[in-house]
Design a protein around this ligand. Structure first.
Ligand code: GLU
Length: 470
């Protein structure tokens, strides 16, 4: 059997859509399990809509997800000669012909057919006309068989296809000389030795005509597998306007690539009841036979759940590294440190995304004199009764011989011992406001610890000054 060869063939006309990312993932996983080559081909023949930024966004998205390819990226814009040669060959073999019908003429004939209740396919007017190269403006059409079925056994949908006569002779080269997507794609799939075409179900209807092209090119068609579309939880098709659909969006929103990969693989595929799939498990277990035929739902709640799982599991150093850009985006760049690692461990249990984690870690990253105090928290917790204790705590912290959780806890209890009737909560909340600006943070001892002696003390003193009138 020929070595397995798959491809992902995005059109670089926007961002990397989650549907495209999932198609790439399925191709990648399938190839990695069975061994073979995964080819990346950029289908940029539409020069008006294709852009270099979009190509960069697609490649960047794949790289971020960790979907690596073995060959490419090839660009169709650099392979025009191959398509032109294939079309010339088909013309020379009389498997294709020149068609001089203008769009207006075709439209008039189409309307006449439709008016009598018929279904239009090109009526073959130029099929036997033998137009030569000098016939003036012309398109090129493939001679599609008049009889028989252009059928195939789809890897997901099973026996599929269409009666050849329903297609008519379709255009493979436009009047402006550019090849149609079908022609370029099939010529490339043949030239690249692609054995399996795994792509979105929106291409299911394109396959019969492409089979006719394989036949005309004397090539063996690949195994096709069309994966179901992705819909929202309401069952509606995802809309670019309404739904977050770009991989970039999820990356910026603080999702981890592993969570994203796990989420994507499960939209339309399952393996028993398992929900969590590591990258290695995806590579080891993914199979087309378990891809569903019905549309897959993109459930944001599931993604949050998965992301939280992966945030909890992620090694500390990796998570710190991944958090840094989000802290920087919040306007407070910091360097990795032991303290930040400690904080990340405190926050990982309660953060659904890195954006959330960065918000909670912000107090650590900002300068001591840049803490902004939450007005509600101040109103509620900044009570005169606690202020003397707060000053006392600042001094007590300065006296701590060692800087660890036990010493900090002891410092608090020494202070409470000297301030009759003051409960820990009544002291902890003002301290929290002083050192973080808000009434919500991890445990107070941990919060003070992570800041370090000098910063904690400086913040308490600053708050005492700034909020004394409160
Ligand atoms: N360029 C096509 C698309 O982005 C893919 C074609 C194919 O996979 O055959 O939809």
């Amino acid at each position: 059997m020929a070595t397995l060869r798959t491809r992902f063939a995005p059109s670089p006309t926007g961002f990397l859509h989650i549907g495209g990312a999932r198609t790439a993932l399925y191709n990648w996983a399938y190839t990695r399990r069975l061994g073979g080559s995964f080819v990346l081909r950029i289908e940029d023949t539409d020069r008006e809509r294709s852009t270099a930024e979009s190509e960069a966004a697609v490649l960047g998205g794949l790289e971020w997800l960790g979907i690596d390819w073995d060959e490419g990226p090839f660009r169709q814009s650099e392979r025009a000669e191959l398509y032109a040669a294939a079309i010339e060959r088909l013309l020379a073999q009389d498997r294709a012909y020149r068609c001089v019908c203008t769009p207006d003429e075709i439209e008039a004939r189409r309307q006449a057919v439709v008016a009598t209740g018929g279904k239009w396919t090109y009526d073959g007017r130029c099929a036997e006309a033998n137009h030569g190269p000098a016939c003036g403006p012309h398109a090129v059409r493939l001679r599609v068989p008049r009889e028989g079925k252009l059928g195939f056994d789809d890897g997901v949908f099973g026996p599929s296809g269409q009666e050849a006569r329903e297609l008519g002779d379709m255009v493979i080269r436009r009047t402006d000389g550019t090849p149609l997507y079908h022609l370029a794609g099939v010529v490339d799939d043949v030239a690249m030795g692609i054995t399996h075409v795994i792509r979105g179900a929106d291409h299911l209807n394109n396959t019969p005509f492409q089979l006719a092209l394989y036949r005309a090119l004397d090539a063996t068609p690949p195994q096709f597998a069309h994966v179901p579309l992705i819909v929202g939880t309401d069952g509606r098709k995802l809309s670019k306007r309404r739904d977050p659909v770009s991989v970039q969006h999820f990356r910026d929103a603080g999702y981890l690539p592993d969570a994203m990969l796990n989420w994507l693989v499960r939209i339309g595929w399952s393996h028993g009841d398992q929900e969590i799939f590591s990258r290695d498990e995806i590579r080891a277990l993914f199979d087309l036979s378990e891809v569903h035929r019905s549309s897959g739902q993109a459930d944001p709640g599931k993604l949050d759940w998965l992301n939280q799982h992966y945030i909890k599991e992620r090694p500390r150093d990796a998570l710190v590294r991944e958090l840094l850009p989000f802290l920087a985006a919040a306007g407070t760049p910091v360097e990795p440190s032991e303290s930040l690692g400690f904080l990340v461990d405190l926050l990982r249990e309660r953060s659904k995304t890195l954006v959330e984690m960065a918000e909670r870690a912000r107090f650590f990253a900002v300068a001591d004199d840049a803490i902004a105090y939450d007005a509600d928290a101040v109103r509620k917790h900044w009570k005169p009764a606690a202020l003397a204790a707060l000053k006392d705590l600042a001094d007590e912290l300065a006296r701590c011989e060692r800087w660890d959780l036990a010493s900090i806890e002891a410092a608090f209890s020494n202070v409470l011992g000297r301030h009759e009737g003051l409960a820990l909560g009544k002291l902890a909340q003002p301290v929290r406001i002083a050192v973080t600006g808000s009434a919500a943070s991890p445990g107070i001892f941990e919060t003070v610890f992570v800041l370090g002696r000098e910063r904690a003390r400086a913040r308490i003193e600053r708050a005492l000054g700034a909020l004394s009138a409160a």
